[in-house]
Design a binder for this molecule. Structure first.
Ligand SMILES: N=c1c2ncn([C@@H]3O[C@H](COP(=O)(O)OP(=O)(O)OP(=O)(O)O)[C@@H](O)[C@H]3O)c2ncn1[C@@H]1O[C@H](COP(=O)(O)O)[C@@H](O)[C@H]1O
Length: 134
């Protein structure tokens, strides 16, 4: 999947300077980040609605639109796909799966998986709120 997204990202970068009259991507760049954000949010809502309605074919189509609009917003924000892959790898290294880091101190599973057991205990997690000293 990351190859497809990276190819799409390069295509979006290439389309940025095309004629907005014929290129949707160029039109999105011309209209700026707020329009890009609006389109991304719209697509996310369409995915949600289709998923709730159990229409998996529509979820597939809208997810492709969502990923397209996400790559446009990435390009506009100066974010490259590899920046996102690196963050996901960082989370996977810390947590075993690519998920958001917990806000509160992480409770390691009681029966640690071999992978977790092999890791040094994580002394502190980024973003943890420092406890007030009484
Ligand atoms: N991958 C995509 C892609 N996916 C989705 N879309 C567009 O995203 C829109 C989906 O959003 P909507 O459901 O809101 O459709 P819409 O109602 O027509 O959009 P609006 O009228 O609301 O703006 C559709 O119009 C699709 O054409 C895409 N447009 C372009 N690309 C690729 O982007 C590159 C540049 O293409 P151009 O933008 O045509 O130069 C090429 O590689 C294209 O394949």
């Amino acid at each position: 999947m990351s190859d497809s997204l990276e190819r799409l990202y390069l295509a979006v970068l290439a389309a940025r300077d095309l004629d907005p009259a014929t290129s949707r991507t160029a039109r999105l760049f011309q209209r700026g980040p707020s329009k890009m954000a609006k389109k991304l949010a719209e697509e996310a809502i369409e995915v949600v609605i289709d998923a709730v309605n159990g229409d998996s074919e529509a979820v597939i189509r809208e997810s492709a639109d969502l990923l397209y609009n996400l790559t446009v917003l990435w390009a506009s924000a100066g974010v490259r796909p590899e920046d996102v892959w690196r963050e996901m790898a960082r989370r996977e290294d810390m947590l075993g799966i690519a998920e958001k880091l917990p806000k509160s101190p992480m409770k390691l599973p009681k029966v640690a998986s071999p992978r977790v057991a092999a890791r040094r205990p994580i002394a502190a997690l980024e973003g943890r709120v420092a406890r007030k000293r009484h």
